[in-house]
Design a binder for this molecule. Structure first.
Ligand code: PEP
Ligand code: MG
Length: 548
């Protein structure tokens, strides 16, 4: 057994098989073979085996999902046996006398590049299919056929690091837990793991290589420990902990339906942070008062090209309708920094976190912004939608946003489209915005404090850089003072203020936030009921007077 310390992103225990993510990306080295004929035979046998695996998957998918959805496995079979593809691999094995897995990797990569460069969306998607085929064939050739992620049993996914778009594209039902070697607690990948409410670790210094693929693993998200090949004693202890945690979760479920009200009658709204409508189930399960932050950029990140107005409208409309009158705050596109979308073709920057991101992209590419705004205005006719603008630093930006929003509405009017008049607020996540929050409060309907960026910009510490952990203090008095100041300025202007950064979910601060008079905390869905428990046990007046 081996065990490694990491940083717990979300508590809880996960026990399961380890899957090394992106092992297809691990480069297979070029090595030569003596018997070319035997190597060709090995390649042909691997292809037959892969076709057999895919046939089984096709039949299963037909039974469970219907023929249309299952057809992807038929298509993979066809690609595997495509004449040009097979010939190219066989020619490489014979002419260069290399291993079959090396030839599969090289030829597949050439095809992937060719498909990715095409203008046709359909052909672009074939690149992803080819990646799958390459991984399947290489798994078989390397004797790793059981490690393919299409196995039915959910896995503990381990990786060097995961980008937000990779995390977005994963089949969430097949993942018990994440463990990454790199990554910080406020990276967007960590935030996504929290939204999924699964035990996860980042910054775990374990030796990542293919040899751990398929082994049993245990993730203790609460204590930040990753066990590889655990012994029987550890397994027993962890199973007991898992049982206890399940019992505690059931106790928390008893809080569902209760109001978030302190012993002395102060109310606070507890809302959910989500990245897409697939997260709505956990919003219901955890009894959120609404959605306080819908990070709309994740819709863009999961795609190969700009989402259309219609596509976005359908997603936003689904969210507001599903929330049945509860408020849904949708933040406009916050691309940039660690959230990169290839098709935006952004210039390389020295300092992306301080570069062209979020509202700066929207203001410099108004056509992209107006498309999103039209979708949001249209969806707001179907429920209680509010729009939130990220990374604001000045009143001037808000005025410019208002102009672009007015144009978007005019376009809708010209088209005779129905739309609503949503509330419009901003994220306070730059020190500039916090310091002029009295001026900004006169311009908007609400504030939401983004403590992740507010902390990064106030302390001048890159939120992604784990090497600076010892300098990173999420409770720094400068940040706490800004939260207090922003709250006062908001209330003086008669507008609501919430916290939507990760600090909002910190149970050690819940009483403090109540004492400041914060109107709403918006957190990952799994954190709502634990916060509700603290709220129900708090007497704010006593806390303020130092008795609690
Ligand atoms: C924040 O900065 O606190 C925030 C909520 O936004 P994000 O984490 O998406 O940057
Ligand atoms: Mg932010």
């Amino acid at each position: 057994m081996e065990s490694y310390q990491g940083k717990g992103v979300f508590g809880g225990i996960a026990i399961g098989r380890i899957h090394v993510y992106g092992k297809g990306k691990l480069q297979i080295k070029k090595s030569s073979v003596k018997g070319v004929e035997a190597e060709l035979m090995r390649y042909r046998n691997a292809t037959l085996k892969a076709v057999g695996q895919l046939q089984k998957l096709y039949e299963k998918a037909c039974r469970e999902m219907g023929e249309t959805d299952a057809s992807i496995f038929e298509m993979h079979q066809m690609l595997l046996q495509d004449g040009g593809y097979c010939r190219a691999i066989e020619t490489m094995i014979s002419s260069q006398e290399v291993t079959a897995e090396y030839a599969v990797q090289e030829i597949s990569d050439q095809y992937i590049q060719m498909f990715s460069a095409m203008n046709d969306d359909y052909m672009k998607e074939r690149a992803a299919d080819l990646r799958d085929i390459r991984e399947r064939l290489c798994d078989i050739l390397l004797g790793k056929e059981y490690a393919h992620p299409e196995s039915e049993e959910p896995v503990i996914l381990v990786a060097e690091d995961l980008s937000p778009s990779e995390t977005m594209q994963m089949d969430k039902d097949k993942i018990l837990s994440f463990v990454t070697v790199r990554g910080s607690l406020v990276s967007h990948t960590a935030i996504l793991a929290r939204t999924m409410s699964i035990p996860a670790l980042v910054g775990t210094r374990f030796p990542l290589d293919e040899t751990i693929d398929g082994k049993t693993g245990i993730v203790d998200g609460t204590n930040g420990i990753f066990y590889i090949d655990p012994d029987e004693k550890t397994c027993k202890k962890m199973r007991e902990l898992l049982k206890r945690e399940t019992a505690q979760k059931e106790l928390l479920l008893a809080l569902k339906g209760k109001k978030n009200i302190t012993l002395d009658g102060q109310k606070i709204a507890l809302c959910a942070n989500i990245g897409n409508i697939t997260d709505l189930t956990s919003v219901y399960q955890n009894d959120a008062d609404g959605i306080g932050l819908f990070r709309s950029e994740f819709i863009y990140l999961g795609k190969e090209d700009y989402p259309t107005e219609e596509e976005q409208f359908q997603i936003y409309k689904t969210a507001v309708e599903a929330m049945e009158g509860k408020r849904v705050v949708i933040r406009t596109l916050d691309i940039g920094a660690d959230k990169q979308c290839g098709y935006f073709q952004m210039e390389q920057e020295e300092n992306p976190a301080m570069g062209c991101r979020a509202i700066r992209i929207c203001l410099t590419r108004p056509e992209v912004f107006r498309t999103q705004l039209r979708a949001l205005f249209r969806a707001s006719a179907y429920g209680r939608l509010a729009i939130m603008y990220p990374m604001i630093t000045s009143v001037k930006e808000i005025r410019r946003i208002r102009e672009i929003a007015a144009q978007a509405k005019e376009e809708l009017m010209e088209r005779g489209e129905r739309f609503g008049e949503p509330e419009q607020g901003i994220t306070i996540e730059t020190p500039a915005a916090a310091l002029i929050s009295d001026l900004l409060a006169r311009e908007v309907d609400f504030f939401s404090i983004g403590t992740n960026d507010l902390t990064q910009y106030t302390l001048a510490i890159d939120r992604q850089n784990t090497a600076l952990d010892e300098f990173y203090d999420p409770y720094h008095p400068a940040v706490m003072r800004m939260i207090s100041m922003v709250t006062e300025n908001a209330h003086r202007a008669g507008i609501r203020v919430s916290i939507c950064g990760e600090l909002g979910a910190d149970l050690s601060l819940t009483k403090e936030f109540l004492a400041l008079g914060i109107d709403e905390l918006s957190v990952s869905p799994g954190k709502i009921l634990p916060i509700r428990r603290v709220v129900l046990e708090t007497n704010v007046a006593e806390y303020r007077s130092g008795k609690e």
